[in-house]
Design a binder for this molecule. Sequence first.
Ligand code: DQA
Length: 150
Amino acid sequence: MSESSEILILNGPNLNMLGVREPNIYGCETLADIEELCNQRATSLGLTVNFKQSNLEGEIVADIQNARVTAAGIIINAAGYTHTSVAILDALNISELPVIELHLSNIHAREAFRHHSYVAQAATGIICGFGAHGYVLAIDAMARLIECAE
Ligand code: DQA
């Protein structure tokens, strides 16, 4: 178990486009707005956040590998890779950290190809459909998981 109080928050492809990307589905907040929300919530709980976004699967895998020694838990919105990436699932399993899967939209109310998640197999729990507020809910849930693991 890591001594870290850092939560790694990973955001996958196209989430850098939040604010202009289909706001009817993903909301009007930018990723920078969401990062600010996360920092505020984490600080109020005595935690820190390492907030990252990548459009590249290999970069996300490398970030998960590094988290094994730097983070206390991982919150991941793997975006499109949620539904395709065995490599991200494998990396999450290797990390041996608590994992929360997160989506802005309710993936189960959308197209059938979004109903399956590889990430879910490595996750303690899943939060979806609450827009940007889901990130705050995920931090609260992760704080409990970290506390219980201590
Ligand atoms: C998403 C849902 C995914 O299906 C989609 O590919 C995304 C965003 C969400 O946050 O709602 O890029 O992860």
